[in-house]
Design a protein around this ligand. Structure first.
Ligand SMILES: NC(=O)c1ccc[n+]([C@@H]2O[C@H](COP(=O)([O-])OP(=O)(O)OC[C@H]3O[C@@H](n4cnc5c(N)ncnc54)[C@H](O)[C@@H]3O)[C@@H](O)[C@H]2O)c1
Length: 311
């Protein structure tokens, strides 16, 4: 099995550590915070390092998971890819799409796999939604309405809600419609944090298909939901409960599926891609395109105008 290391073991990276340990793929990790290095060396019995350079110079690795703050993703991934190590970077791939394009080109040059943590693609309820749409029983998707809302924890300081949170729904909209939006219009505002912390984004796809994305770090209720309006019915996904309800002319039903940890599915999938030499489900270019759309949303919210894209 691929030999994996985690870089950045904070609020989210500690879950990557646990999952890779459970899978049996964790061989080392690194964090600039010495207290974390000591804690996780003790907990998982693998070597911890204080810097990505020390980790890369000392360990033979097949893959790394970069879970450092977004503003550091480019610099860290540039090192791991240049060393020829397959690289998973938490979302968003980079703080800007131009940095992301450079990583995609570097990964092609060094022939390494590059992916980013668009975890909802591994949520069993989203997999079920894709199956239902493929089966055609409720027709073609026309409108997507996303809500992703929860009070700001104070932890994310380097980017606002659009690059941190709305990107999950931008990626899922691209995944459900299997195409890129041609138009982005957004309004954002700031009441609590250092950046924009509430946002509504409209993505216009071909044939008038539309995604509405509402994200907020203001209200205390944790809500993560997608309503997919189709030509023959409506599918409602709750990302947290991993539930899906289908409403059509015949009534309401909830297809059964196994509840699974999306992070485990996501990391297992990346390891399989390394072991079997396959393309990741989320390509580096997917992640760059999602960042481009998020950037367009920020420009739109500043200018008050729609932004037309050609991705
Ligand atoms: N996919 C998801 O659902 C999801 C959920 C939460 C966070 N994230 C992403 O994960 C990333 C980390 O978020 P977080 O909430 O865990 O942040 P955090 O601030 O809690 O943790 C970051 C960790 O990285 C360490 N670090 C910083 N710079 C480093 C470097 N150069 N080398 C090694 N270690 C370094 C810090 O010491 C800290 O332990 C962000 O990009 C965030 O967007 C993704």
């Amino acid at each position: 099995m691929a030999r994996m290391a985690v870089i950045g073991t904070g609020g989210w990276g500690k879950n990557h550590l646990r999952v890779l340990y459970e899978i049996g793929a964790l061989v080392a990790f690194c964090d600039v915070d010495q207290a974390r290095v000591e804690e996780y060396e003790k907990k998982y019995g693998v070597k911890g390092y204080n810097s990505p350079d020390a980790l890369l110079n000392s360990e033979r690795l097949d893959g790394v998971d970069i879970c450092t703050p977004t503003s550091t993703h480019y610099a860290v991934a540039e090192k791991t890819i240049s060393k020829g190590v397959n690289t998973f970077v938490e979302k968003p791939l980079t703080a800007s799409s131009s940095e992301g394009e450079k990583l995609v080109a570097l990964a092609a040059k060094h022939k390494v796999k590059l992916t980013s943590g668009y975890i909802e693609r591994f949520n069993p309820a989203v997999t079920e939604l894709k199956n239902v749409l493929k089966g055609g029983s409720i027709g073609e998707p026309l409108l997507l309405e996303f809500h992703r809302e929860n009070k700001w924890s104070g932890r994310i300081q380097d980017v606002g809600i659009v690059l941190d949170t709305s990107v999950h729904d931008i990626d899922t909209a691209r995944w459900v419609f299997e195409s890129e939006p041609k138009m982005v219009f957004a309004r954002t505002g700031q009441v609590l944090s250092n950046h924009e912390d509430f946002a509504t984004i409209i993505l216009g796809f071909d044939k008038q298909k539309t995604a509405f994305i509402t994200s907020n770090w203001v209200t205390p209720k944790r809500m993560r939901q997608l309503v997919t309006v189709c030509t023959g019915g409506v599918a409602t996904v709750d990302f947290v409960a991993q539930s899906i309800v289908i409403d059509d002319a015949e009534g309401s039903r909830s297809p059964r599926h196994e509840v699974q940890e999306p992070l485990k599915k996501e990391l297992q999938s990346f390891i399989e891609c390394i072991d079997k030499d396959r393309q990741p489900l989320v390509t580096g270019q997917d992640a760059v395109n999602t960042t481009k759309i998020a950037e367009a949303a920020l420009v739109s919210s500043q200018s008050g105008s729609p932004i037309y894209l050609d991705i």
